[in-house]
Design a protein around this ligand. Structure first.
Ligand code: TXA
Ligand code: MG
Length: 341
């Protein structure tokens, strides 16, 4: 049986037990779409070697055709098989960080259909570390193409509830997994002659990459000239947007000034540590304190979701310090607020 039924799908909810994981593997092998947890965000997976199955991903998400997908494999050997070349620096990064929240852009083999890479000669490859994700990949016995399991433009799901809200009726199955440990998408890197380029900041920080590669230069290229073609095609689209209006602030004074301007509106506030403090905030304002940049990353999308569910018209989010995972949080906040990241 093939799974390419058009229209609204009947979505199975699978438990992350032996039976559920075997069913997920079977559905993927037969051309179906399975939502599964990873340590970064939940993914919407399809057999990466099946062009028709991958086309279904774009349909289910409403994703632009020119935005290529990340291919997930169960182990490093599986990853190496899909790359036409593995330059020594890329191999060193794979050894240092995989399984984990890092995606490598590498020259692709013919096995990977153009649907996956949007016609590019390169493919994005990653080995997730989440145990449920790894079991899904092991049972599937094929590489799995998986973007984040949200509708295009919306925040990525980091909990089962968020994934279900986004993909019920669109995917063939959703695995009831745990909340994602990192909470933001993987770091995407490309190895060039000049060193290592970060195309999207994420779960592995620039500092961690630097420490692993010694004297090889590492630079972020995600905030460069907005008119040049973006290195990761997906970075040119609006992304991560909650329904509520999102405004970023620095420090309590700025926060309170914005809240005064929007007085009477139901607002959600994301504040870091002490500076989050609740003095002077009234009933229609929901304050969520993040204890660290890691906590901010882990909870960001889930808090957007919660504020939207509670009918907030406005979300105020504090700028995180731009070091470590804070850089990835800042990048997502800027995009979600509609500014250039
Ligand atoms: O953490 C993650 O990476 C999650 C989980 C599910 O693994 N996946 C994810 O996929 O974030 P998605 O589709 O939401 O983002 C993929 C990004 C897009 O910005 C896309 O343009 C870029 O990867 N990308 C994919 N293939 C590429 C390639 N060959 N060259 C440059 N960028 C590529
Ligand atoms: Mg995405």
């Amino acid at each position: 049986m093939r799974y390419h039924s058009p229209g609204v799908k009947k979505t199975l909810i699978l438990e992350p037990d032996t039976q559920g994981l075997a069913a997920a593997g079977r559905i993927l092998r037969q051309g179906g779409l399975v939502v599964f947890p990873t340590e970064t965000v939940y993914g919407l997976g399809a057999n990466a070697l099946d062009a028709a199955a991958c086309r279904e991903i774009f349909r289910a998400k409403g994703r632009p055709q020119d935005n290529p997908l990340i291919v997930h494999t169960a182990d490093l050997m599986g990853l190496a098989r899909l790359a036409r070349e593995l330059p020594p620096r890329a191999a060193a990064l794979a050894q240092a960080f995989l399984p984990g929240p890092l995606t490598l852009i590498l020259p692709k083999t013919h096995e990977i259909p153009d649907e996956v890479t949007a016609g590019l000669p390169t493919v994005a490859l990653r080995v997730p570390e989440d145990p449920v994700a790894r079991e899904v990949l092991r049972h599937a016995q094929v590489p799995v193409a998986a973007p984040s399991a949200n509708l295009s433009g919306r925040p990525s799901p980091t909990t089962f509830e968020m994934a279900r809200e986004a993909m019920e009726g669109r995917a063939d199955a959703i695995i009831r997994g745990e909340p994602s440990r990192v909470g933001l998408e993987s770091t995407i890197v490309r190895v060039s002659e000049d060193g290592i380029e970060i195309l999207r900041p994420g779960g592995i920080s620039e500092e961690a990459l630097r420490a692993a590669v010694g004297n090889c230069p590492v630079r972020g290229v995600f905030h460069e000239d907005a008119h040049a073609p973006p290195p990761a095609p997906g970075m040119k689209y609006t992304h991560y947007k909650p329904r509520a209006a999102l405004i970023l602030y620095r420090g309590k004074e700025e926060r309170d000034e914005i809240l005064r301007q929007w007085q009477g509106k139901k607002a959600g506030v994301l504040g870091l540590g002490e500076s989050g403090g609740g003095a002077g905030l009234e009933g229609s304002i929901l304050l969520r304190e993040l204890s660290s940049p890691e906590d901010y990353a882990r909870r960001l999308y889930a808090e957007f979701f919660a504020f939207d569910c509670m009918g907030c018209e406005l979300i105020l989010a504090e700028y995180p310090p731009e070091t470590g995972i804070g850089r990835a949080v800042a990048n997502r906040l800027l995009k979600a607020a509609g500014e250039k990241g």
